[in-house]
Each structure stands twice: as structure tokens, then as C-alpha cells.
Design a protein around this ligand. Structure first.
Ligand SMILES: [Zn+2]
Length: 234
């Protein structure tokens, strides 16, 4: 029996497996990423090649997590957890320990050290720290799969305090990890929000962040050159 079918039947023991299972490992997906595609009868799962050498039982937890995303509604399943899914979640939380830290940027690194000292007694290991795109929807994120904090470039010129606040939020994700319950991962738990509230002047900083977002929305790309010229004449 192949990995997909076996995962399926452990997950949904009363259901028939009427699919053509295709499992592919590739280098296109990011580290330890994976996705699922279903076009009957093909049920395809793509996994980043790093999964290939990971224990079968853990891989099955990942496959079951993807299968739940695809079939939970169809099968009217609300609550479900399996030993494999628990293995998988425990593994994902440990990926940062296995990941070599190779990427950093001095501005982000300085912010990291300030925040680590001020809020975490310097107990957090430095993750990869990179600038992303000029995203206004995703201001910053922490990716467990490659232990990386990515920050939107709209904050490249932002005051230290704002950058520190964004880093603090993402480092809290790294520290607190997440809670798996009833087939869902919970990141912004009550405990998370309480810790986040400890950042001084949080409300004021969030207002400033919204101003930065608005500023970047107003500025159409084509006129930015002109805007810069007129400013320099002031
Ligand atoms: Zn968050």
C-alpha cells in the first residue's frame, strides 16, 4: 500500500479509497512545504524533497493533515486527531533546531538582539531574518518550516520601535509555537495576545503601522520619482 492510501485509511477507516494516489517530492516547494491537489480520480500530494528522508510515520501525519484539508467538509468531519498528526506537529515544532541559520540582514539583526534582550532574556536562538516584498497585507511572518522571519520592505525605513514590535510578534510565534486542536492550528491564542500586550505603547505603534500602510497605498509607482524630486526641493 502506498503512503497516501495508508494515511487515508488510518484517517478515515470507514471510507473507500477510490483515488489514484500520486506522491511527488520536488525542489520547487520551499523547505518542508507540501500541498495537495485533487482532480478525480487523481489525488496528488507534492512534498518538498526534504521530507523524503523523514520518518514514514511523520510523513503520514503531514499527508493526513493535507487530506483533512481536502476531505473534512466532504465527509462532515469536525474533530479529528491521530497519532500521526501529533508526530507531524511535534516534528514541525523541532524543525528550527535542525535548520542551519544562513540568512540575516543587519537592520533586522539589530532589532532581533534588542527584542531578545528586552523581552526574552536572550533565550531565543536567532532565526533567519530576511526582507520580503513590499506587502501591505502580510507585514511580517514566521515560517516554522525554515525558521525564518520575513518582514515587508515597507518597513525598511521605519523607526526602530516599529520594527522591534513586528519582530517581537514573530519571535513570540517562534517561542510559543502553536496549538493543534480539532484539526486546526491555533497561532494567536489568548496566551499569545497576553504576551503581545506587554510591548510598550502597542496601541500607538499599531496606529503608526497603519499610517505606513496607508502611505504606501497612496504612492503609485509611476509617480514616485517625481515625488522624490519635489521633496528634495523643499
Ligand atoms: Zn501572528
Amino acid at each position: 500500500m502506498n503512503l497516501i492510501q495508508e494515511s487515508f485509511q488510518r484517517l478515515f477507516p470507514t471510507k473507500q479509497f477510490n483515488y489514484r494516489a500520486i506522491l511527488k517530492y520536488n525542489k520547487k516547494l520551499g523547505d518542508f512545504n507540501a500541498n495537495i491537489k485533487f482532480l478525480a480520480p487523481d489525488l496528488q500530494i507534492n512534498m518538498n524533497y526534504k521530507w523524503k528522508t523523514i520518518d514514514r510515520e511523520i510523513q503520514m501525519g503531514l499527508i493526513q493533515t493535507l487530506l483533512l484539508k481536502m476531505f473534512a467538509k466532504r465527509y462532515r468531519i469536525k474533530k479529528l486527531s491521530t497519532p500521526n498528526i501529533n508526530f507531524y506537529n511535534n516534528f514541525v515544532k523541532k524543525i528550527p533546531l535542525l535548520t542551519p541559520i544562513t540568512k540575516s540582514h543587519p537592520v533586522l539583526e539589530n532589532s532581533f538582539h534588542r527584542v531578545n534582550q528586552q523581552f526574552f532574556h536572550e533565550l531565543i536562538d536567532r532565526p533567519n531574518l530576511v526582507w520580503g516584498t513590499a506587502s501591505k497585507a502580510k507585514l511580517a511572518c514566521y515560517n516554522f518550516h525554515n525558521d525564518t522571519i520575513t518582514v515587508s520592505t515597507i518597513f525598511q525605513e521605519a523607526p526602530e520601535q516599529i520594527l522591534d514590535y513586528l519582530l517581537y510578534h514573530e519571535l513570540l510565534h517562534k517561542k510559543q509555537k502553536y496549538k493543534y486542536k480539532n484539526g486546526r492550528n491555533y497561532f494567536h491564542t489568548k496566551k499569545f495576545r497576553q504576551a503581545e500586550d506587554l510591548f510598550p505603547h502597542k496601541k500607538q505603534i499599531e496606529r503608526q503601522i497603519n499610517q505606513i500602510i496607508r502611505k504606501h497605498k497612496r504612492k503609485p509607482k509611476t509617480s514616485s520619482f517625481l515625488a522624490r524630486i519635489s521633496k528634495s526641493f523643499k
